[in-house]
Write a protein that binds this ligand. Sequence first.
Ligand SMILES: CC(=O)SCCNC(=O)CCNC(=O)[C@H](O)C(C)(C)COP(=O)(O)OP(=O)(O)OC[C@H]1O[C@@H](n2cnc3c(N)ncnc32)[C@H](O)[C@@H]1OP(=O)(O)O
Ligand SMILES: O=C(O)CCC(=O)C(=O)O
Length: 378
Amino acid sequence: MNQILINDTTLRDGEQAAGVAFNLQEKAAIAQFLDAIGVHEIEVGIPAMGEEETRAISAIRNLDLQAKLLGWNRAVISDIEASIACGLKRVHISVPVSGIQITAKFQGQWRVTLQQLRDSISFAVDKGLWVAVGGEDSSRSDESFLLDVANYAQEWGASRFRFCDTVGILDPFTTYYKVKRLVTALSIPVEIHTHNDFGLATANALAGIKAGATSVNTTVNGLGERAGNAALEEVVMSLKRIYGVNLGIDTPRLLELSRLVARASGSSVPPWKAIVGENTFAHEAGIHAHGVLQNPSTYEPFAPEEVGWERRLVVGKHSGRHLVSNVLQQHGIFLNSEETKSVLEAVRQESVEKKRSLTVQELLNLAKEQQRYSHAIG
Ligand SMILES: CC(=O)SCCNC(=O)CCNC(=O)[C@H](O)C(C)(C)COP(=O)(O)OP(=O)(O)OC[C@H]1O[C@@H](n2cnc3c(N)ncnc32)[C@H](O)[C@@H]1OP(=O)(O)O
Ligand SMILES: O=C(O)CCC(=O)C(=O)O
C-alpha cells in the first residue's frame, strides 16, 4: 500500500455537525493535539465564515505546528483572499460536480462552474499557494464529467483532487471502482472523503485507499455533517491492524483526543463506538469473560492499551461462574460451586432490577449474604 496521509477535518466538516461550535481555545487545543499525535494535515476551517473563524485559524497558524494546515474555500476568489489573510499557504477549493448540485448552486450552468474553478485555482496558484480541489458530490456525478473536472483541475494547477461521497450513498465496492478510475486518470494524488449516512464511512474510506487514494479525510469520533464522517480512530486503527500500515500516529493518545473533542463538541460518544467507546474493551458475558481470563485475544482484536484503554471485566446479567469466582477470589472470598451458582442467580436478578451491571461492592455484598446463609443452615 502507498504512503497514506491523514487530512483531518474535525475543525471543518466535524464542526459542521448541527449544534457544534468550537471556540478559539477549543479549535487551537484540538489542532495542537492532532499535531502532537502525528496527524499529517489539518483542515482548520473556513476563512470565508468571517472574523470569529479567521481569528481561530490565525491562532492555529501561529502555533507553528508540524502538520500542514489547509483552509476550505468555495470556488470564489474572496474565499481564497480570506484564507491568505489568515496566513495559510495551502487552500482547498471545492466545486460541485453532480447535476443536482450544479443545478441548485449554478442554475445548471456547468461552464460557469468550471470557469469559477479555473479562476480561483489560477488566483491561488499566482499567490504562491498549494492548491487542492474537491469534487463535491463526486459519488453522484456523471463519471466522465467528474474525470473532466479532475483533469482540468490538474491542468490548471491543483496538486490533489478530493473524491467526495458527500451524502454517503456509496458502498465500498462502488467506492473502489469510482476512485480507481480517478486514480488511473490523474497524475496528482487523490484524496477520499466519505460520510456515514449508511454507516459505511470508514469502510468506504478504506476502499478508496485500496483503490489508490493516498490521502484520507477523517474526523475525531466521526463527528460531522448529518451522520458524520470517517472516524480518525477507526481509519488509523483499521489501517494499522487490518492492513499492517502504520501511519506513525501515537495511537495510545486516541482516547484522550476523543474525550477532548467530545467535550468541545458537546456530543458524547456512544459506549459501543468503535475504538473510543467505553465498552470497546469491557467484557461481561460469561463465555467471553472466561475466554479473556485465559487469553485476552479470544475476544479482543488488539490490546486496549494500544488506544489508551484498560481492559474491564464487568459482572452483570450475562456473566458466568468463572468471572464471578475470579472477582470474588481477588477479594479473598472463596465459594463452593453451589454457593457460586446462587450468587450468580442473585447477580442476574439484581442486574435486571437495576438495569445495569453491578459494582464490585454490590457483588461482594451478595457473596457475603450467601456466606451468612450457608453458615446459618450449617
Ligand atoms: C459539502 C460541504 O460540506 S460544503 C461546506 C459547507 N460548509 C458551510 O457551509 C459552512 C460555512 N459556510 C458559511 O459560513 C457560509 O455558507 C458562507 C460564508 C460560505 C457563504 O455565506 P452566504 O454568502 O451567506 O451564502 P449562503 O451560505 O446562504 O449560500 C451559499 C452560497 O455559496 C454558493 N456556493 C456553494 N458552494 C459553492 C462552491 N463550491 N463554489 C462557489 N459557490 C458556491 C451558493 O450557490 C450560494 O451562492 P449565492 O449566495 O450566490 O446564492
Ligand atoms: O471539499 C469538498 O469539495 C466538499 C467536502 C465535503 O465536506 C463533502 O463533500 O461532504
